[in-house]
Design a protein around this ligand. Structure first.
Ligand SMILES: Nc1nc2c(c(=O)[nH]1)N[C@H]1C(S)=C(S)[C@@H](COP(=O)(O)O)O[C@H]1N2
Ligand SMILES: [Mo]
Length: 203
C-alpha cells in the first residue's frame, strides 16, 4: 500500500517541483476554519464508523489510542494558494480503522464527518491508500484550532479534504459532495491538476 511519505518523495518528481502550480510556499501553518471551532470533551469524544459496513463501530479515545500509530511526512496544499512542505503527522491510518469493520463491497466512497457539521467526500480507494487520522502534528498534539483531538489528513488533495475535529467515517455507494464540494470547490481537489473549483465555474 502506498503511504503519503512515499508519495512525497516519489522519484518521478524531481526536487524543486514540490510546489504545485499556482501555489506559494509558507513556513507557517495558517489556521483555516469555516465557522466556529467546536468544543470537544475528550471524555465523551467518539469516532463512529457507519454506513455500508457489516457492523457499525464506535471508538472512544482510549480505544483509538490503543490502535497502531504511524508517522507520515507530507506536503500540504491549501486551495487559497499556500503550501507548507514537510509536515509530520502521527496517528492511525484510515486502512487500519476500516480493518475493524467489514466494509460492504458496495462501498466506493467515503464521507468524513466532523464536530460542527463540516464534511468532505473522497473515493474509498484514495482514503485506503493514504488517509491518516492524526492526533499529532510536528511531534506535538494538535492545537485546538488545527483539529484537536483528531483530524483527517489526505496529503495528495487540497487541504479542505483534511477535515479537522473528525467524528465520523461514513461508507457510501454513490459519491456525494461534502461541505465545500457543495459550495463550489472541485470534487477531486488534486493540487497538481489545479482542481480548485467546479469545472463549470472555470469556463
Ligand atoms: N472541520 C473543518 N475541517 C477543515 C476546515 C474547516 O473549516 N472545518 N478547513 C479546511 C481547510 S480549507 C484547510 S486548508 C485545512 C487547514 O488546516 P489548519 O487550519 O489546521 O491549517 O483544514 C481543513 N479542514
Ligand atoms: Mo484550505
Amino acid at each position: 500500500m502506498k503511504r503519503p511519505d512515499q508519495i512525497k518523495t516519489a522519484p518521478e518528481k524531481p526536487s524543486g517541483s514540490r510546489v504545485p502550480p499556482g501555489q506559494f510556499l509558507t513556513g507557517k501553518f495558517p489556521v483555516l476554519t469555516y465557522g466556529n471551532e467546536p468544543k470537544i470533551d475528550i471524555k465523551s469524544w467518539k469516532l463512529r464508523v457507519f454506513g455500508l459496513v457489516g457492523q457499525e463501530k464506535e471508538l472512544d479515545w482510549a480505544q483509538f489510542s490503543d490502535l497502531k500509530w504511524e508517522t507520515v511526512d507530507a506536503d500540504f496544499h491549501c486551495v487559497t494558494q499556500w503550501s507548507a512542505l514537510d509536515q509530520t503527522w502521527e496517528g492511525v491510518s484510515f486502512a487500519q480503522i476500516l480493518s475493524l469493520v467489514q466494509p460492504d463491497p458496495r462501498a466506493r466512497f467515503v464521507m468524513v464527518h466532523c464536530y460542527g457539521g463540516y464534511t468532505t467526500n473522497l473515493p474509498l480507494g484514495l482514503a485506503m491508500g493514504e488517509g491518516l487520522f492524526a492526533h499529532k502534528h510536528m511531534g506535538k498534539p494538535l492545537g485546538m484550532s488545527h483539529g484537536w483531538p483528531l483530524r483527517f489528513v489526505v496529503p495528495s488533495r487540497y487541504g479542505w479534504k483534511s477535515a479537522k475535529w473528525v467524528n465520523g467515517i461514513e461508507l457510501i455507494a454513490d459519491d456525494a459532495p461534502g461541505f465545500w464540494e457543495l459550495r463550489g470547490y472541485h470534487n477531486d481537489g488534486d493540487p497538481w491538476k489545479e482542481e480548485r473549483f467546479w469545472p463549470e465555474l472555470m469556463q
